[in-house]
Ligand binder design. Structure first.
Ligand SMILES: Nc1ncnc2c1ncn2[C@@H]1O[C@H](COP(=O)(O)OP(=O)(O)OP(=O)(O)O)[C@@H](O)[C@H]1O
Length: 554
């Protein structure tokens, strides 16, 4: 589905490429951890999937579309097929949780009723329906990240990219985020997550892709954070750590078996390269870091540009294609598509879900409807929209208990104008114009058709549990390792314990421990906020114009 072919990407002339001759594939429904030292190219790889920057060499195709051939004006639509979650959340600070999530639907022209219904549904799924009216600074970091995830998935993306989504979170909040990502993946969304969190990677036992100075050095179907001892990736890291003086701080690799440097998946063996070759640096773009940041902010703002007030994106594409003289864009040398939105056949979605649901969700606490259970406090309290934002931490927080229902197939039928939405609106009946799919989410357990995509079996436990390090570790490494194992143990119990048994005290402690509201990390994100607000104002202005015109007609 996502294919990098000998991709090289440099930011500065003559500098070391951020990605260096990287060839790799990510399949539909994959859950991939992207690991590597700071500066190894993880974020660059994620951004390139989002088409933020093109390779100077090589080719990236997503769902058969060559991103290098994609017309600029199609990029915003393409990006709406992809959800993105950042370490610093990037919520709009002057919007409530509800409106942050609703914003992503408003920019595609969804109607008020659709937005209200869908946003409420998604907030329930991430356990935030009771905090819908809070502002980002009134909720914890973990809750902010869940809101950011809700925003990322509200339009049913085919791909979810997460750049260190647990980087600012404590273990409990991290575990909840991972539960959600696991569930999203089980619903068929490809999840690619850059992380430095050893415990999470080791606990999940998912595919691990490791970068080192822009090169792909490891691709394991079910990997741990540390490369297998003796492998080339392990040797590279030992050398790097010795050079940087980090070795004494770092734990020894957890396994003793040597595996090939790059171990392609069984079904990808033909296409995955055995190793990443060093390539001559191409002529890089002559842009400064600040220009790059501005470009990113601009590109993200493009995403926020309101779409034509048409129906769903697919419908809109078909409508445009049906118009006389409408463009049909050749987005790939091999594939001619009408839409840049990433869609795959219904049966494959169902098959992927059916195949994945049982195994992927199994480790997370679930309620009777197979929803991840969140530790939001007493289960006795009714779930309702919080209408008392003045006392942000005094209300009881109810657990999510809505049916999970991945409904990646639903499409929204947009109305001509996006309207301001309030989560306290008491109207609950969907409008007649709303898509039935939006009203009735499919049951996850429904078996898919025969076209089931084979999925590698999930390991019962990470292999690390049974394997001892081959060599005695230095004292310093043991010191570093203890907290890591504590964290691993904590995560394990967090995954396994039923939140019904968790106390409200624990919940509030967690909330207290992570209440700091992160400032935008970079000028790019600040610019994104500003551009998003500008877009918001443009929306408002256009609505005012529409209403004025209507009044004039009357
Ligand atoms: N906008 C930019 N302009 C110039 N160089 C950049 C830019 N973004 C990243 N780089 C450089 O590209 C290389 C890869 O950076 P990248 O952010 O992809 O690494 P990373 O693995 O995500 O690091 P981290 O774990 O610290 O987030 C680094 O050397 C970095 O300095």
């Amino acid at each position: 589905m996502i294919r990098f072919e000998h991709v090289t990407r440099s930011y500065a002339p003559g500098g070391r490429p951020a990605l260096d001759d990287v060839s790799i594939e990510f399949g539909r429904g994959d859950f991939v951890f992207l690991i590597g030292a700071s500066g190894s190219g993880k974020s660059t790889l994620l951004r390139m999937i989002l088409r933020e920057g093109l390779p100077q060499r090589g080719k990236i195709t997503v769902a058969g579309q060559n991103l290098g051939l994609m017309l600029e004006r199609r990029v915003p639509e393409y990006r709406r097929s992809i959800g993105m979650v950042f370490q610093d959340f990037r919520l709009l600070p002057d919007k409530t949780v509800f409106d942050n999530v609703a914003f992503a639907m408003r920019v595609i022209g969804a109607s008020r009723g659709q937005i209200r219904k869908r946003v409420t549904q998604v907030l329930k799924r991430v356990g935030l329906d009771h905090l819908a009216k809070r502002y980002p600074h009134e909720i914890s970091g973990g809750e902010q990240q869940r809101a950011a995830i809700a925003r990322a998935i509200v339009n049913n993306p085919a791909i979810l990219l997460a750049d260190e989504p647990t980087g600012n979170l404590d273990p409990r909040a991290s575990a909840e985020v991972m539960k959600i990502l696991r569930w999203i993946n089980a619903a068929g969304t490809t999840v690619i997550m850059a992380t430095h969190d050893r415990a999470i990677v080791d606990r999940m036992g998912k595919r691990v892709v490791q970068l080192h100075k822009g090169k792909l050095v490891r691709d394991e179907r079910h990997g741990l954070y540390d490369p297998p001892e003796g492998s080339e990736a392990w040797q590279i890291l030992v050398k790097e750590e010795a050079e940087s003086g980090l070795r004494a701080e770092d734990p020894a690799p957890l396994r003793t078996q040597a595996v090939p440097l790059v171990a392609p998946a069984e079904d990808e063996a033909e296409d995955s390269p055995a190793s990443a070759n060093s390539a001559a640096s191409p002529e890089p773009a002559r842009r400064s870091a600040s220009e790059e940041a501005t470009e990113q902010a601009h590109e993200q703002a493009q995403d926020a540009t309101p779409a034509e007030p048409s129906a769903s994106q697919e419908d809109a594409q078909h409508e445009r294609a049906a118009e006389p003289g409408a463009e049909t864009e050749e987005v790939s040398t091999a594939t001619k598509t009408e839409s840049v939105r990433i869609v795959w056949p219904e049966e494959q979605k169902a098959a992927r879900y059916d195949d994945a649901a049982e195994s992927l969700i199994s480790a997370a606490p679930m309620d009777s409807d197979h929803m991840p259970v969140f530790d939001n406090g007493s289960e006795d309290e009714p779930q309702e929209v919080d209408e008392h934002r003045d006392s942000p931490r005094s209300e009881p927080e109810a657990p999510a208990s809505e049916a999970p229902a991945p409904e990646r197939t639903e499409s929204v039928t947009a109305e001509p104008e996006a309207e301001e939405v309030s989560p306290v609106d008491t109207e609950t009946e969907p409008k007649a114009s709303e898509s039935p799919a939006a009203a009735a989410a499919p049951e996850p357990a429904t078996p898919g058709p025969a076209a089931l995509a084979p999925t590698a079996p999930e390991p019962a436990e990470p292999e690390s549990a049974a394997i001892k390090p081959a060599a005695p570790e230095p004292l310093a490494s043991k010191r570093r390792r203890e907290p890591d194992q504590d964290r691993l143990a904590w995560l394990t119990s967090a995954f396994e314990e039923q939140s019904a048994s968790s106390t409200r005290t624990a919940s509030s402690e967690t909330a207290e421990s992570s209440t700091a509201v992160p400032k935008p990390k970079s000028s790019a994100s600040e610019a994104t906020y500003a551009d998003s607000r500008r877009t918001e104002e443009q929306l408002e202005a256009s609505k005012r114009g529409i209403f004025r015109r209507r009044r004039g007609k009357r």
